[in-house]
Design a protein around this ligand. Structure first.
Ligand code: CA
Length: 649
């Protein structure tokens, strides 16, 4: 069959009727005295299961699998095969291909062979008591890469844990191990974030698991969707360690009140010549009508999430991570490549299983190229937000770019660093975008992730440096850049929507201008813990904002009615905006007035009648802890945000 014929077959009604398998028992399932292996391979004429004792030696058993209904092949091995390695030999078109299991739950080094695993044997102590953290009034998501977090020796993390899952399980680590300034987990707790979003922790292909610790990749190149990445484990060969250590990470974060969100990349895979295409040629990859592969991921191999079995795969995979690993949320890379039906189905399934809205779901509402879906399917891009469940969020690139300048135009500034004409955007962002705006039909702030920096593109510090101090002395401290950074943070933390920031944004993280560091050195990427403490004043400002935000019901509201809380919006002069927020549930301040002055001069504001107190200004985000009354006519300093609270009478 040629490519076009494959497409016609796979997308035909007859194919779905004959081969759509609804069971969720594909892969290897270990029981006390038996293990069942199942592979979906509808066009195969023969499938053989090969069992191995490790990743190198020849098979100790090869057995023909039994053909069942709906294109499923199965074999029951009469023992618990926990720790046994396996793969399949699939014969089709007079050709035999050996493939790892697309549904594998573990594997050996680099995923060359899958491993059967009895999941009960992978649980760390205390796992059965694990509970998700208590719901917080606001979600503040901190995006961190496993290796970045602790690779720096200054992190105080013991050497064998640095850059690994295990580093997240340590409490009491301090800067340079001097016993004073907290790092890693203790630092996160102090900062007040409610969730960490881990850059990919599923098994990816770009890092050699047998290679050295100085390799680096973000990991947006999935290989085994249902297996943790091995290079972050202390043992890469044994398929149990990677599972147990990732669970330990989650357990420890949960014990410390922090939820874990997994970055998932169901839009493309590392390569084509791996499990999916070897098991079922061309099925899992999207095609244009003429049979050519689409390229909306810019990686040349888009997953065909609009085909039934691929959609089922993605759904089952997410359920597996949520149930087995207790993940608290998922961030979808290039969510625009997945269709709205699938996303809504995932939302529904998660709500049914865990309670409405318990598992956070959000993603990038765009694609990186053309990738047409099957008839009747709609991509999960931001113009289709109205087709997505209200419980599915998207990254708001409008606020991101309005605050600091466009991400693809390095030298273009935003509101805080000298950009003009952005006043309306800043005001719109404050109320989580009006549904009337057709290009971004937001149902409620529940659908918005408000942010100014993420792993992609320049760090906030580098963007501010390039636009404000073009000498590129990224390591030098510039107070006006720190001031702009504080302002960017204060705008975000007073916008409606969920809050998100890149690890280190709160400490002037620099990658020295590297705007796409996905495979740059660890030195470029990792958190520089000494620098974190060089900028502890900035960190303190973030910490104050986080604590402030969590206490202000007017800002945390995620309902459809949240917009009605914005009572007044003013743009008195170019570069200055202010708005009032109905904060009526708060015992002390029933109204907030947020004034953002991006000009280079102080702005005099006449506060409306009543008694007002200053809660946050451009230097101090903790004034609310001991708020002082201000006069009716007051000043908001240049390049700063002030928040005033109206004293409840
Ligand atoms: Ca890997």
């Amino acid at each position: 069959m040629n490519q076009k014929e494959y497409r016609e077959l796979y997308e035909s009604k007859a194919f779905a009727e004959t081969y759509l398998y609804e069971g969720n028992d594909l892969g290897a399932r270990c029981k006390e005295n038996s293990t069942v292996f199942k592979l979906w391979s509808p066009l195969a004429v023969c499938v053989q299961l090969n069992l191995y004792k490790d990743c190198e030696s020849p098979a100790f058993l090869s057995v023909a699998m039994k053909k069942e209904e709906k294109g499923v092949w199965s074999h029951l091995e009469p023992k618990n095969c926990h720790g046994v390695f396996y793969d399949f030999s699939v014969t089709e078109n007079n050709e035999t291909r050996t493939t790892p299991d697309p549904y594998a739950r573990s594997c050996g080094c680099n995923g060359t062979r899958s491993m059967a695993v009895d999941l009960d044997k992978t649980n760390p102590d205390g796992w059965e008591l694990d509970q998700p953290p208590k719901a917080s009034a606001e979600q503040v998501i901190y995006e961190i890469h496993v290796k970045d977090f602790s690779h720096d020796p200054a992190s105080g993390v013991r050497e064998d844990y640095r850059g690994r899952y295990k580093a997240f399980t340590l409490t009491g680590t301090t800067l340079n191990d001097q016993g004073e300034k907290p790092t890693c987990l203790d630092y996160l707790k102090q900062l007040g974030v409610t969730h960490v979003q881990l850059l990919p922790v599923y098994d990816f292909g770009s890092v050699d698991e047998a290679g050295g610790d100085d390799q680096f990749n973000w990991g947006y190149d999935p290989q085994n969707y249902n297996v943790p990445e091995g290079s972050y484990a202390t043992d890469t060969t044994d398929g149990v360690t990677r599972i147990r250590e990732l669970k330990e990470l989650i357990l420890t974060l949960h014990q410390n009140g922090i939820g874990v969100i997994m970055d998932v990349v169901y839009n493309h895979t590392y390569r084509r010549d791996y499990c999916f295409d070897l098991a079922v040629p061309n099925y899992y990859y999207r095609q244009f009508e003429d049979g050519r592969g689409t390229n909306g991921s810019a990686c040349g191999n888009d997953m065909a999430s609009d085909r039934e079995m691929c959609a089922n795969y993605i759904y089952d995979s997410l359920m597996y991570w949520a149930k087995e690993y207790h993940m608290d949320g998922f961030r979808f890379d290039l969510m625009g490549l997945l269709d709205t039906d699938l996303m809504n189905r995932i939302r529904e399934g998660m709500d049914r299983e865990f309670g409405k809205g318990t598992i956070l779901l959000y993603g990038e509402p765009w694609t990186a190229g053309e990738s047409p879906l099957r008839d009747g399917k709609h991509p999960s891009v931001k113009t289709n937000l109205d087709r997505l469940d209200e419980g599915i969020g998207v990254f708001c690139d409008t606020i991101r770019d309005a605050v600091k300048g466009h991400v693809f135009e390095e030298t273009v500034p935003g509101f805080v660093n000298g950009g003009k004409g952005l006043d309306t955007q800043i005001l719109k962002a404050a109320r989580g975008f009006a549904p009337a705006e057709t290009s971004f039909p937001v149902k409620s702030p529940n659908q918005l992730i408000t942010y100014v920096s993420a792993h992609d593109n320049l760090t906030l510090w580098d963007k501010l440096m390039i636009t404000m101090r073009p000498g590129k002395e990224f390591d030098r401290r510039w107070d006006d850049v720190v001031r702009a950074n504080r302002m960017a943070a204060a705008i975000c933390f007073t916008c409606q929507g969920r809050l998100f920031f890149q690890a280190g944004e709160e400490a002037a993280r620099t990658k020295h201008g590297d705007e796409n560091s996905y495979r740059s050195s660890v030195a470029v990427n990792r958190i520089d813990w000494n620098r974190v403490y060089e900028y502890e004043d900035l960190t303190a400002y973030y910490r104050g904002l986080i604590a402030f935000r969590k206490q202000m019901p007017g800002l945390c509201d995620k309902t459809k009615d949240a917009q009605k809380r914005i009572l007044e919006e003013k743009n008195p002069v170019s570069g200055v905006v202010w708005f009032c927020v109905d904060n009526r549930e708060h015992p002390e301040w029933d109204r907030l007035l947020v004034c953002c002055n991006s000009t280079d001069k102080p702005f005099s504001i006449d506060l409306p009648q009543n008694v007002w107190e200053l809660l946050v200004d451009g230097e101090n985000s903790g004034l609310w802890k001991d708020a002082k009354q201000v006069t009716a006519s007051t000043v908001v300093e240049r390049v700063s945000v002030s928040v005033f609270g109206r004293k409840r009478i």
